[in-house]
Design a protein around this ligand. Structure first.
Ligand code: TYM
Length: 338
């Protein structure tokens, strides 16, 4: 099998480890919808096995998984066009991950910045799953022979590791079986920053709720968080290079550009010279206009959890139909008797 034989297929995943943020929406879900609409085959996963690499309360995990599915659909993912499912229902992910645990090297894992950040000072006390996390992520992608993976900037290193695992597997077993996946990290908001600190990523795990916009925030909460967002005293520049060394200003302009489907240059052409006292209400209005319909639809979908579960079941069946033969071929390559 040659690389040219891989048909384009998109895979990506999000952890149900808390609520969705504007970072997840702009960096990932909005891009997922664009790829769905481009007509490519698209597979999107709620990665519950990844979520439990750090402690998750069982009830909250189940709620967050359903809410994430509701967020996907409310944002424009169509369960008929895209395969939507949760990872634990398709056992092939964990099965291939074991093989990849035996391909990946300890040294590769030790270099992962996300592990270092999440494990913190006490790495000895981190779960083994947190250390092996990127091998499961490689399995998520490669169990579908996915060729394109839309993600935010923070996942770049994990996708490089996915390529390394595919290359080493193909090399060790003298096959051309796994594709060398392309990360798709594009658009104005590949790294949405905290509203309180322009040097930190907007994250669902930040202790300060004011640092992020949650997809479930109402109009008042969104407006209040943007009003209080950290800025500097200067007016907005007319050109993108004027945002150098102004991380908070850059962040708000990036968010504006991504929400309005345009470029930073176009935004600055309109708002250059304005003070934040004028720009922030414009941003609030735009954010509420784009996000309120999504949070409203999420709340509506969450009233019927059985329907969400049925969608996940159907998606899992479709996902398994692709994953099972790829796992079997992997087992044959590795020499497992069946
Ligand atoms: P997770 O759940 O942390 O984030 C999901 C997606 O949202 C993006 N993202 C952001 N983008 C821009 N700005 C931000 N502040 C921001 N915060 C989060 C992430 O880059 C990601 O695309 N390891 C993955 C989940 C995963 C996965 C996969 C992704 C598991 N298996 C296979 C792709 C393919 C993660 O923790 O994402």
């Amino acid at each position: 099998m040659t690389e040219a034989a891989f048909t384009p297929r998109v895979f990506s995943g999000i952890q149900p480890s808390g609520g969705l943020t504007l970072g997840n929406y702009l960096g990932a879900i909005k891009r997922f919808v664009e790829m769905q609409e481009s007509g490519m085959e698209t597979i999107y996963c709620m990665v519950d096995l990844h979520a439990i690499t750090v402690w998750q309360d069982p009830e909250k995990l189940a709620h967050a998984t359903r809410e994430l599915c509701a967020g996907f659909i409310a944002s424009g993912l169509d369960p008929e066009k895209s395969i939507l499912f949760n990872q634990s229902q398709v056992a092939e992910h964990a099965q291939l991950a074991w093989i990849f645990n035996c391909v990946a090297r300890m040294g590769w894992m030790q270099r992962m910045t996300q592990f270092k950040d999440k494990a913190g000072k006490n790495a000895q006390n981190a779960s083994l799953g947190l250390f092996a996390y990127p091998a499961l992520m490689a399995a998520d992608i490669l169990i579908y022979h996915a060729t394109h993976v839309p993600v935010g900037e923070d996942q770049k290193q994990h996708l490089e590791l996915t390529r390394d695992i595919a290359i080493k597997f193909n090399h060790d077993y003298k096959v051309d079986f796994f594709p060398i996946t392309e990360p798709v990290i594009e658009g104005a908001a590949t790294r949405v920053m905290s509203l309180r600190d322009g040097s930190k990523k907007m994250s669902k795990s930040d202790p300060s709720d004011a640092s992020r916009i949650n997809m479930t925030d109402d109009a008042d909460a969104i407006a209040k968080k943007i009003r209080k967002a950290k800025t500097d005293p200067e007016a907005l520049p007319s050109e993108a290079k004027g945002l150098d060394d102004r991380p908070e200003a850059r962040n708000l302009v990036n968010i504006y550009a991504a929400l309005s489907d345009t470029t930073v240059e176009n935004v600055l052409r309109d708002v250059g010279g304005k003070q934040f006292s004028e720009f922030k209400p414009m941003l609030s209005e735009l954010a509420v206009e784009k996000l309120a319909p999504i949070s409203g639809e999420m709340a509506r979908l969450m009233q019927d959890p059985a329907e969400i579960d049925a969608i996940l079941h159907r998606g899992s069946d479709r996902a398994r139909a692709i994953a099972a033969p790829i796992l079997q071929r992997t087992y044959d390559i590795v020499g497992m008797v069946r």
